[in-house]
Design a protein around this ligand. Structure first.
Ligand code: F6P
Length: 345
């Protein structure tokens, strides 16, 4: 008798929907030989909160949750209602799961100590980035970094658990609420992207092992601030123009970063006269994207050193950020260094 082994993927009757994020995370747990499944669960918790935030952002125009909340956050920026909603959603997901001991959020002045004795992980999160774009239906994002706590389980949280350089991240990712919603993350073994299938309510692997082009033609910078740039930045942008590169700037870091990661490009947010340390936050913006960039073969620096090597000294610390295709970041740095030398001779 001939046995016909069942090959579900070869059935022509129904196309395969692919690998769900849940299945992928479970499968990838074996990358960590002694993993107990807590990091996997934490990633699933974040994905669930992202689905809820996705729902809220999609109905923002209908549900009277657009617009300002009437308060400013610790950065002095006006909080949008959706900023606050996203913060609540992620805080809930991170605190109920049991894997996290402390959270740093853009929307909270101080560290949130969950007093969870069994929580191994510290999370830094920007629950809704690019919020000035919410009301006009333009892509926004969530950015997260995950660290293992340094002090022993069961002891009170210390600042050394929080103030870790980006090189200590065990996982990082972002969610892009755009023309489709995507979750992109790394655990230090490459970068994978998942697209949200709304009718099934699942993220599916759509961008396996993302590799950033070594170079590209897109530059993303707020050119309205040109008068405040240092000489090196001006010279680099002039070179981009001379080479007839393409200027693209959404003003949502996640969206600008994601496009450049896939197509090849550079995102620059330099120090300016008003923001001598740049605008972006090290702990919950730059570090996560820098980890992802490096894992995809791209690069991230503050103009002097690798972003992942910076040891933070304050919770909401800002940093200049030059991130994207390796050759473009190197070229930008060359201009910055050259202008410094000519300023000193
Ligand atoms: O988090 C800050 C942020 O909204 C980023 O998403 C974005 O890239 C940047 O600020 C835009 O800043 P600006 O409006 O100064 O160009």
């Amino acid at each position: 008798m001939k046995i016909n082994p069942y090959q579900p993927d070869q059935s022509g009757m129904a196309y395969s929907v692919g690998t769900t994020l849940d299945r992928f995370i479970k499968f990838k747990q074996s990358d960590f030989p002694f993993a107990s499944g807590e990091l996997s669960q934490l990633l699933r918790d974040i994905a669930l909160a992202a689905k809820i935030v996705n729902r809220e952002t999609n109905r923002a125009g209908l549900a009277n949750i657009g617009g300002a909340f009437g308060q400013t956050n610790v950065q002095g920026e006006e909080q949008q209602k959706l900023d606050v909603i996203a913060n609540i959603r992620f805080m809930r997901a991170l605190s109920k799961g049991g894997e996290v001991c402390a959270i740093v959020s853009e929307e909270e002045d101080a560290v949130i100590d969950l007093k969870n004795k069994s929580g191994k992980y510290v999370v830094a999160i920007d629950p809704l980035d690019g919020s000035s774009n919410i009301d006009v239906n333009i892509s926004i994002g969530t950015i997260f970094s995950i660290y293992r706590r340094k002090t022993p389980l069961g002891s009170p949280i210390q600042m050394e658990d929080i103030m870790q350089p980006g090189s200590e991240q065990v996982a990082a990712g972002y969610v892009l609420y755009g023309s489709s919603t995507m979750l992109v993350y790394t655990t230090g073994f490459g970068v994978n992207g998942f697209t949200y299938e709304t009718s099934l309510g699942e993220f599916f692997l759509s961008h396996p092992q993302i590799k950033a082009p070594k170079s590209g033609k897109i530059y993303s910078i707020n050119e309205g601030l040109e008068l405040d740039w240092q000489e090196g930045i001006k010279n680099y942008i002039d070179e981009c123009k001379a080479k007839r590169y393409v200027a693209r700037y959404i003003g949502s870091l996640v969206a600008d970063f994601h496009r450049n990661l896939l197509k090849g490009g550079i995102y620059l947010y330099p120090a300016t006269k008003n923001n001598p340390n740049g605008k972006l936050r090290l702990l919950y913006e730059a570090n996560a994207l820098a980890f992802i960039a490096e894992q995809a073969g791209a690069k991230a620096t503050d103009g002097k050193s690798r972003i992942l090597d910076i040891v933070p000294d304050s919770l909401h610390q800002r940093t200049p950020l030059f991130i994207g295709s390796e050759e473009m970041v190197d070229q930008a740095i060359k201009h910055i260094e050259k202008s410094k030398i000519s300023a000193t001779v």
